[in-house]
Design a protein around this ligand. Sequence first.
Ligand SMILES: *Cc1c(COP(=O)(O)O)cnc(C)c1O
Length: 389
Amino acid sequence: MKDETILVSSGRHPEDNYGIVNPPVYHASTVVFPTLAAWRKRDPLKTVTYGRAGTPTTHALQEAVAAIEGGVHALACSSGLGAITTALLAFVKSGDHILCTDSAYFPTRNYCQKVLARFGVETTYYDPLIGGNIAGLIRPNTKVVYTECPGSLTFDMQDIPAISAAAHARGVIVMNDNTWATGLYFKSFEKGVDVSVHAGTKYIVGHSDAMLGMIVTTKEAFPAIWESFRLSGQCAGPDDMYLGLRGFRTMSARLVQHQQRALTLANWLKQQPEVTRVLYPALPDHPGHAIWKRDFRGASGLFSVVLDRAYDDTALGALLDGLELFGMGASWGGYESLVLPAEPSNLRTATKWDDPGTVLRFHVGLEHSDDQIADLDAGFSRLRKAARA
Ligand SMILES: *Cc1c(COP(=O)(O)O)cnc(C)c1O
């Protein structure tokens, strides 16, 4: 089946529920069993055994999210960060080593530095563009190569097939944060990833109203992930899973529009005299464009621009405070546009971000491009006026 069909039909079992299209929300902790024999036979992967181990909503969501990415199993977690920490913990013990991309989502780095380090797990950060040369950094105790493609602030495109080949040659697990592309636009498992993690909060939910994490795995990686998941008490809330599943059904329609509007806006931003670079891999002049074209089936609505200098908060406030369509806030992936200033230079150790220009990260929502452009056009006019003053 084609992707659009998988999004609509995977994990759907209306026959189990009076023919109703969407599974209901099950609020559950206790599940009672009719007989001792049934209790003895309970299997949390196949049936409903306890609230934490999932309900039919959980199973539907997990089945659907695994199917679109080409994974064998998926598990729903309380948040994207919960999915990342649960996945990392599955493969490391005291004395082990992780290789993590320098462009990783900052809380992922923070977890490695502040939590895993306390348990004797060492993390080395590597240049996101390292490709197959990652081989030179793999140690006998390296257990995981962690990737995020593209990095969700600076949009460095990683050569995942080359990194995976090098890691697998040494028996090392490859993990990828696939939140930006989703399972629709990046088929992690075809590219050599063993464990894919998602902030379902972003495009899967798609409406900025629920927290959700997903871990998607190969058959081989699943037992370790399952144990970590089960023993750490991970579970997503029933309403949030329902919203995730509902958002998932329309993901192809939304992402097509996010991409189209992001391309339009990226090209408009390029024309602005204050914009020196647009960091969007779908643009032909992006340094990672060739990798994006080779490995990805589409681009989502998140990218950054670099401005010609470091604007002070008076000038930046003039641009940002008056925007009507672009909200200022964490997260992204909803239907609405967002913008945030970013400081990549503070978030790296293996590589240098030495461009002094202000970085703005945009999430391009589903508003009409004309209105998005008019809003930002007025914003850049205010910036010019404030910068001259
Ligand atoms: C938001 C985000 C996360 C974390 O997801 P939460 O659901 O907010 O915990 C992880 N990775 C990336 C790339 C993100 O943007």
